[in-house]
Design a protein around this ligand. Structure first.
Ligand code: ADP
Ligand code: ZN
Length: 819
């Protein structure tokens, strides 16, 4: 008898053994998906992790219901990589599977299925198939489990698979919509118009047809058709929308043989047909650095490229990628945030065309399935640019992994498990492929820099910006003093206002950075001091004026803004405290009536489109002032930004976390780097109440090394990374008494083994979220000690506490290397 051990998409510690019916005994292999029954009346799509013939002794193996694949959907070394993540980050394999494989590849009892309306009925349907199609016939998606009214669940699953193969049934309505090939009408210059002389004649001709002329100019601007390296396709819809003119104007241009339309199938990924262009030539510094990287790669598996902002790191990546592609290998290019993929994608697409694939969480599940399958089947995509989850794609053979902005904390997954750090996991993934990893940044993470200094990683530095442009000038404004001297208007110092006015007059762009979204962090009653709090969490509610609401940033709980204090009943007594991006936007508009202002934060970027829109508007100079949270600090490259305003450095510097100073430095250095990238030296206005803070001085002098040295001293003294490894234990329970008891018990048990390495239990800054009380215990382990052993002991103690009958419903999660 043949058996398979499978991984279920559930937080379970073990794999489970199932028997394989004869019909699949020959074909089943590791990495294939099988449908299996588990628990009471539930079916899951599991992954085969082992094929064997050992009959299990403790339980009787159930049969697999269906073998979903003809070929494995995983490639080596993916399972090995999952195991590493599972062990290192103390997550169950099932949790890793959940995170790694897009939901669209998992057919489960809870999955929604629907009939494919394009399906033309075959005569050859089994009785069961017909029954299921009947049940789905009204076109609405239904949960698989509901089909059990027709026949029993295991038959439903198997029959559905048949129907899916026949194209009769699909997973969920929403996915079907997106899965159909889409076509869109695009616009381009006719052959006649492309000739330069003709274009001039056309312009003359159009001088009496103002609207047509405007539209043509807009087309030229959008398509960049006169700059071959920057060309892009323009859809009819975009052209008409952005011109504000009617389709008749476009038809006028078509009649004149200036523009023509063409229809194109667009994948969900918008792979454009644009001719790929040559890569830029590297300058001397860049070439030297590139040679150095390649030299170090001979010995080191990982190299850190520490290059100041705008030194051309991206250009160097492009050169390296080209070399790896020439060897027939693949490249994974990790970026910390979706906002960054937008700009980079168009830049990289010009070079790599269809070979570039993009993968991130704002894509629908169907889109992710498509990329997964394309990578698996070796179709196109040799270069994948993506956020952290793209480390799980089924790469054939990676030759290089690039981790851009490697210092970014968004590489760490916080919830749910696996709580992995994509940079560190990528290094492991790369080594499993025998590939190299390049970490790039202007502000390395302390841990990374330490690894570079102690020789574990190679280190290559560039201290020159491209075209030897100067680093921006940083002017510090002491806001405490400015308030006293009445040199502040709202949250803007006179100096900042003056510089903004000047930049606007010069048609230059401005970025204003405030590390807080919403209008204000809270409101307070001027009479009784009452502050509205979330009813589920232990935090004050943030003011969102656009929606006229008070909202909890932890659970989303929302209530209307009050007119009267509910505590003392005084009308109009509630006033806002502090300020967020929304307020900055409001107030800057009051000061600069004519400026075009846009805002980029979590609230304005709920959809993938909105990112693209904000960034492309700014890029196309339709916006003068861009206000944003940390989203605007990252590696964005805008040519006309001459001024950056940091509105309040204090909340970054005073945040109670051992990484606060490192992070404040990174954020401020990064956002400053957006100023003055081409043509002109930029200016940064840094507003703070503590201008004498060491970090501020280090920012002004662009002195990363000094920052590193002072931080390291503190970290050594207080036993933090890079000298110690941290594991954060988070305990949660509905009842605070039970929680306190459990936390004390666990700390005691840990203390018995680890002694002084255990800190806590502590009450975190936010001590209750979604009605669960929270306590933290921190474990600090010497870097040279065996963290594997420590984790095993920790796991045992955790299991004991969870199993303790006094602490029913206690949730304990482990966060290895917390950020
Ligand atoms: P970084 O990633 O280090 O911040 P970028 O790669 O974004 O720097 O480069 C900054 C700007 O300089 C970009 O607009 C880029 O196109 C330009 N640039 C850098 N190096 C070159 C080069 N060798 N040739 C042409 N343009 C370059
Ligand atoms: Zn809440």
């Amino acid at each position: 008898m043949k058996y398979v051990d499978v991984i279920l998409p559930l937080p379970l510690a073990n794999t489970f053994t199932y028997s394989v019916p004869d019909e699949w005994a020959e074909s089943v292999r590791i990495g294939m998906r099988v449908i299996v029954p588990f628990g009471k009346k539930k079916m899951y799509t599991a992954i085969v992790s082992l094929v064997h013939s050992v009959t299990p002794t403790i339980y009787e193996a159930k049969e697999i219901v269906y073998l979903l694949d003809n070929e494995p959907i995983l490639r080596r070394p993916q399972l090995k990589f999952w195991e590493w993540i599972s062990t290192y980050y103390q997550a169950h394999l099932g949790e890793v599977y959940q995170a790694a494989v897009p939901a669209g590849l998992k057919l489960e009892s809870e999955t929604l299925v629907c009939i494919n309306p394009d399906y033309e009925a075959e005569t050859q349907l089994s009785e069961r198939e017909s029954k299921i199609l009947d049940a789905l016939s009204d076109g609405k998606p239904i949960k698989v489990v509901e089909l059990t009214k027709v026949t029993e669940l295991r038959n439903v699953m198997a029959t559905l698979k048949h129907l899916m193969d026949k194209g009769a049934v699909e997973i969920s309505e929403e996915l079907r919509q997106k899965f159909r090939p889409k076509t869109e009408t695009f616009v381009r210059l006719t052959e006649n118009a492309t000739k330069e002389d003709n274009l001039r004649i056309i312009f003359d001709d159009l001088s009496r047809a103002k609207k047509q002329l405007d539209m043509l100019m807009l087309y030229i601007d959008l398509s960049k058709c006169l700059i071959p390296a920057k060309q892009r396709e323009v859809s009819k819809k975009d052209l008409i929308e952005q011109s504000g003119a009617s389709a008749a104007v476009l038809n006028g241009l078509i009649d004149r043989d200036v523009l023509e339309t063409y229809l194109k199938e667009i994948g969900r990924l918008n792979v454009s047909e644009i001719q790929t262009s040559e890569v830029s030539r590297l300058n001397e510094f860049q070439q030297t650095a590139l040679n150095e990287i390649e030299k170090q790669f001979i010995e080191k598996q990982v190299v850190l490229l520490h290059g100041v902002t705008s030194s051309g790191k991206t250009e160097m990546y492009i050169h390296l990628i080209n070399k790896v592609l020439a060897e027939g290998k693949q490249v994974l290019y990790l970026v910390p945030e979706i906002a960054l993929t937008t700009q980079l994608t168009s830049r990289l697409k010009r070079v790599f065309g269809k070979r570039l694939g993009v993968y991130h969480s704002k894509f629908s599940d169907a889109e992710r399935v498509e990329i997964w399958n394309n990578v698996l089947n070796d179709k196109s995509y040799d270069v994948i640019i993506g956020v952290r989850s793209s480390i799980f794609l089924p790469f054939r053979q990676l030759g290089l992994v690039i981790v851009d902005e490697e210092h970014e904390s968004s590489y760490k997954q916080y919830d749910p498990a696996p709580r992995y750090h994509a940079r560190n996991a990528a290094v492991v993934l790369a080594s499993m492929h025998g590939a190299k990893t390049l970490l790039g940044t202007a502000t390395p993470a302390i841990e990374t820099y330490q690894n570079a200094l102690n020789g574990k990683y190679g280190l290559v530095e560039i201290n020159q910006r491209y075209e030897e442009m100067a680093m921006p000038e940083i002017l510090v404004v002491d806001t405490k003093e400015a308030y006293r001297k009445k040199q502040m208007e709202s949250h803007f110092s006179d100096l900042l206002i003056e510089k903004i006015a000047k930049a606007l007059a010069n048609h230059e762009q401005i970025i204003l950075f405030q590390n807080r979204r919403g209008y204000a962090p809270y409101i307070e009653c001027k009479v009784c001091g009452f502050v509205p709090h979330c009813k589920n969490c232990d935090v004050s509610l943030t003011v969102h004026k656009v929606f006229n609401t008070l909202t909890c940033h932890y659970c989303g709980y929302t209530e209307p803004i009050l007119n009267t204090c509910p505590m003392c009943g005084t009308p109009g007594s509630l006033s806002t405290k502090g300020f967020g991006t929304e307020k900055i936007e409001d107030e800057i508009k009051l000061i600069f009536h004519d400026a075009r202002v846009s805002r980029m934060d979590l609230d304005t970027t709920r959809s993938k489109k909105s990112y693209d829109k904000i960034l492309s508007d700014f890029e196309q100079l339709k916006v003068d002032i861009l206000i944003g949270t940390q989203m605007v600090t990252k590696g964005l490259d805008f040519e006309r930004v001459s001024l950056v305003g940091i509105l309040n450095a204090d909340n970054m510097l005073n945040f109670p976390d051992f990484r606060a100073h490192e992070r404040a430095y990174q954020l401020m250095a990064q956002v400053s780097g957006r100023a003055g990238r081409k043509n002109k030296r930029g200016t940064v206005i840094l507003q703070t109440t503590s201008p004498e803070h060491p970090i501020i001085g280090q920012i002004i002098r662009n002195d990363f090394k000094a920052m590193f040295a002072t931080q390291c001293e503190e970290r050594k003294l207080f036993r933090y990374p890079p000298y110690f490894r941290l594991i954060q234990i988070v305990l949660r329970h509905r009842n605070s008494n039970v929680l306190n008891q459990a936390a004390s018990q666990m700390a005691k048990d840990l203390h018995a083994v680890f002694g002084e390495r255990v800190l806590g239990p502590n009450v975190p800054i936010v001590s209750r979220i979604q009605n669960l009380y929270i306590k933290h215990i921190l474990l600090k382990i010497e870097v040279d000690a065996s963290s594997e052993k420590a984790k095993n002991i920790l796991r045992q103690i955790t299991n004991q506490v969870i199993a303790d009958s006094r602490f029913k419903a206690l949730i304990v999660s482990l966060d290895v290397d917390p950020i």
